[in-house]
Ligand binder design. Structure first.
Ligand SMILES: Cc1cc2nc3c(=O)[nH]c(=O)nc-3n(C[C@H](O)[C@H](O)[C@H](O)COP(=O)(O)OP(=O)(O)OC[C@H]3O[C@@H](n4cnc5c(N)ncnc54)[C@H](O)[C@@H]3O)c2cc1C
Length: 445
């Protein structure tokens, strides 16, 4: 049986981190999760409290970048200045059983928040497909899961604490004018130390996976999104089929998860088959793939383990453009005989009113393209990226893309407001590495 776990295989491990002493000199390079981004920071600092962070910022000068779990594929983090590591700012700060809100330290991995929140009777309404990201890292890039009517994580933020690079501590409560900007900040405003979330009561999810022709799924997409609270499909390249992963709330108790057949043999067969014959092979076998079903607590059902590393490009397009954009990408990959085994990913996310959220202004579908980490991703990503542009695609801030300020300005009506606020909070430009300058400054400045 082929499973999502195997198809988008990856790993539990994160970046080769630092020991958690509060300050460390340079001497060893930093790498992101997939390994393609490398930096040689002048030093690393891991504050154990907000006060420590404030004192350190007031004593230092020069470029400084916050890092979470290093799971971004775009170069938001790399710096030759100092890296601020948030691992020691971890855990639940406080919770309110009446409003179902909880405040969580910025460096908490999503997966380390699930169980303690559950014990407090709370669950996040939606989650991305892994849980290794930190709270602040995930918010900074508008990280999302899938489900019609369900927003990205930033859409559920009701408050934040931000330390500016000058050492000022800002309490951004629900009505603060900066909150809709800071909820997707690209790590450009300063250091988030904690964030408050609107959660919901705990819930179990029935997860069903099956294979179906991509055209049939797209025909039924509206109904499927009605039937399943969280719905996504993963088109199998060169073939007519997709793998579907869908979750619906279940009244039943969780059931023990059986050891999965990881589909390794099936994938090896695909990999060892010449590209030109691959579609026919998958089409002939896809019907034999058994559906699976499990019931788990939401925070476990929605996230997966990763065994192999990869790089990823993802754009989101308006929901109505999704099918056409997807069809064009599938055809392009087929026409060019691109030898890629990892499937695409197609998800749906509701709108929020955060200035730089990929989903500001209306619901969107996201389409992701993957390439295993040891393979060169540039030719594939360069091939498909212009297709996204045709459909008003917005790049995922944390994934590979080539856009800069002038293009992003066309896609985000509030980009200039964001830039102005960034200058106000960081007048010396301490937070800006070369990638952020490309995103937030015109070419000449
Ligand atoms: C295997 C894998 C699966 C993924 N699945 C999904 C998915 O399902 N959905 C999705 O939307 N994305 C997904 N992503 C992308 C990922 O969620 C984002 O790139 C996310 O931003 C990574 O979080 P992080 O903690 O690793 O942050 P990092 O990558 O370390 O940093 C990201 C940004 O956050 C900033 N930052 C970190 N901490 C702070 C802080 N305390 N204060 C201010 N800024 C801060 C950094 O400076 C940087 O700008 C996936 C990535 C991988 C590798």
């Amino acid at each position: 049986m082929i499973t999502r776990r195997r198809l988008l295989a990856s790993s539990l491990l994160t970046i080769p981190g630092m020991a958690l002493s509060s300050e460390a000199a340079s001497g060893f390079p930093w790498r992101n999760w997939s390994g393609h981004l490398v930096a040689n920071p002048a030093g690393r600092f891991a504050p154990g409290s907000e006060d420590e962070l404030v004192n350190w910022l007031c004593k230092t000068s020069g470029q400084v970048r916050p890092v979470g779990a290093g799971h971004s594929f775009s170069p938001l983090v790399p710096t030759n200045g100092h890296l601020v590591i948030t691992d020691r700012l971890s855990g639940i700060v406080s919770h309110d059983p009446d409003t179902l809100q909880a405040e969580i330290y910025a460096g908490t991995r999503l997966g380390n928040a699930g169980a303690p929140l559950w014990q407090l009777g709370q669950a996040m309404p939606n989650l991305p497909d892994i849980d290794r990201q930190t709270i602040a890292g995930a918010l900074a890039t508008s990280t999302h899961g899938t489900g019609r009517g369900l927003k990205s994580l930033s859409g559920y933020v009701t408050g934040m604490r931000l330390v500016t690079p000058g050492g000022d501590v800002l309490d951004l409560d629900k009505n603060h004018e900066y909150l809709p900007a800071a909820a997707v900040s690209l790590g450009a405003f300063g250091f988030v130390t904690r964030a408050r979330f609107q959660n919901r009561e705990i819930f179990n999810l029935r997860t069903r996976t099956w294979t179906e022709k991509t055209a049939s799924i797209l025909d039924r997409f509206d109904d499927l999104c009605d039937d399943w609270q969280h719905f996504e499909m993963m088109p199998l390249l060169h073939s007519d089929y997709s793998l579907v992963i869908a979750h619906q709330e279940a009244d039943e108790d969780p059931m023990p998860v059986e050891e999965e057949d990881d589909g390794g043999e099936f994938l090896q067969l695909i990999e060892s088959t010449p590209v030109l014959l691959r579609g026919a092979l998958i089409n002939s076998l896809a019907g034999d793939i058994e559906p699976t079903e499990t019931i788990q607590p939401s925070w476990q059902a929605l996230t997966n383990l990763r065994f192999d590393r990869f790089n990823e490009m993802e754009y989101s397009v308006p929901v109505e453009s999704g099918p056409e954009c997807l069809a064009e990408i599938l055809q392009l990959i087929k026409d060019n005989n691109v030898d890629v085994v990892m499937p695409l990913e197609y998800r749906i996310i509701d709108a929020d009113d955060t200035w730089l959220s990929m989903f500001s202004g209306g619901p969107r579908v996201s389409i992701s393209v993957h390439r295993l980490a040891h393979e060169n991703f540039e030719s594939l990503f360069n091939l498909v990226e212009p297709v996204f542009w045709k459909y008003e695609g917005r790049p995922h801030w944390g994934k590979v893309h080539s856009l800069g300020y002038s293009e992003l300005r066309q896609l985000y009506p509030r980009l200039d407001d964001f830039v102005e606020l960034q200058r106000e909070l960081d007048p010396q430009g301490r937070m800006l590495n070369s990638h952020l300058r490309k995103l937030l400054r015109p070419m000449s400045s």
